[in-house]
Ligand binder design. Structure first.
Ligand code: PHE
Length: 361
């Protein structure tokens, strides 16, 4: 134990110091022993016992010095002793505050270096498909639609029959279907339209729903095809729904989604579950309708199939076909995302390449 440290047990008179210089030398020596001891205290418990021993409230070096030296100093010496006392322990406290956050040079340590830059952990973002769904759903929610979801494994009844596509109907060939070997009688839905049936079976009119979901077809993957892709089905049924409501709703959606200057057009088409049926086009978002490679110089881009609900469908769900009217549409979500974000290949949506995904925070 150092001299100075031993002397902390003596009262001021016994120290034998007589000048300001002596006093400050004594405190310097005390500080040096403290700093030496601190240097060897590296880990949590060592640091704590150092603190208790030197700076603690009870019977620490500091409290002893205060009791034995400062309080008992002769009145004329009190000034120097007080000044040295304050300087010494203030310095010790500051040095200790720095020391305890310094990482130990050797060995393990639970100290941290607070001056090191932090590690930035990459945070995931919503996938572009999810973002596109959110945007589409937002628009239909604002029109009073409800979002519902349904099973990806379906029966031929919901996927075909109840949608007015009986067995041997040629429309079944258009949608090359995955039948489940392990579960005979089941298939992977080829579109989200089965949810039209499931919803109307359960719910009395009026109905206003959109159905986001994955669908499956036996397509070979290329720039515009994938065996799994995304649709959003829409269905509105009520007593006084007209073709005008249908057109207005879809035009409103397209302008909200692609921008106010987008033009739209209907072309006659055919789906067994709608009558009349239409294919819906928008003016090409790339060239504004002038004609470019993406729209094959036509100025128009095919967006989705739609139509007024075929009254035959109401027969399958116990709705009164004489009283009710409605419309339905099936939006190809991947296609919309490709058009909106200028993607040339549908596959980028399924490869989960972080370099691609990161571009859509
Ligand atoms: N289910 C059709 C398809 O996948 C799209 C569609 C939905 C057409 C609703 C009309 C009405 O091709």
């Amino acid at each position: 134990m150092s001299d100075a440290l031993e002397k902390t047990n003596l009262t001021f008179d016994a120290l034998g110091v007589s000048s300001e210089t002596d006093v400050s030398a004594l405190f310097d020596a005390l500080l040096r022993s403290a700093e030496e001891e601190m240097a060897s205290a590296k880990m949590g418990e060592e640091l704590e016992s150092f603190r208790v021993r030197w700076l603690g409230r009870n019977n620490s070096v500091k409290s002893r010095v205060q009791e034995n030296w400062l309080k008992r100093a002769a009145p004329d010496a009190k000034k120097w002793v007080g000044a040295s006392f304050n300087a010494c322990f203030r310095k010790l406290e500051e040095d200790f505050a720095v020391h305890k956050v310094k990482p130990a040079v050797t060995g393990t340590s639970d100290c941290m270096d607070l001056s090191l830059p932090g590690v930035v952990r990459p945070i995931g973002t919503r996938h572009l498909i999810r973002q596109t769904y959110d945007e589409i759903e937002r628009i239909f929610l604002s029109l009073g639609y409800t979002v519902v979801e349904g099973p990806e494994i379906e029966t031929p009844y919901y996927n075909f029959e109840a949608l007015n596509i009986p067995e041997h109907h040629p429309a079944r060939d258009n949608m090359d279907t995955f039948y489940l070997e392990s579960a005979p009688g089941y298939l992977l839905r080829t579109h989200t339209s089965p949810m039209q049936i499931r919803t109307m079976e359960k719910q009395k009119p009026p109905v206003r729903i959109v159905v986001p979901g994955k669908v499956y077809r036996r397509d070979n993957p290329d720039a515009t095809h994938s065996f799994m892709f995304h649709q959003l089905e829409g269905l509105a049924v009520d007593e006084d729904i007209t073709f005008c409501d249908f057109k207005g709703t879809i035009e409103y959606f397209v302008r909200e989604f692609f921008g106010a200057s987008t033009k739209t057009r209907f072309r006659p088409s055919y789906f067994p579950f709608t009558e009349p049926s239409a294919e819906f086009d928008a003016s090409c978002v790339f060239c504004g309708g002038k004609g470019c490679r993406t729209c094959k110089q036509s100025g128009w881009i095919e967006l989705f199939g739609a139509g007024m609900v075929n009254p035959a469908v109401y027969g399958f769900v116990g709705y009164d076909a004489k009283k009710l009217n409605g419309f339905a549409f099936g939006i190809g979500v991947d296609r919309l995302a490709m058009l909106k974000y200028g993607l040339g290949d549908i596959q980028v949506l399924f490869q989960n390449d972080a370099r691609f995904l990161r571009q859509f925070p």
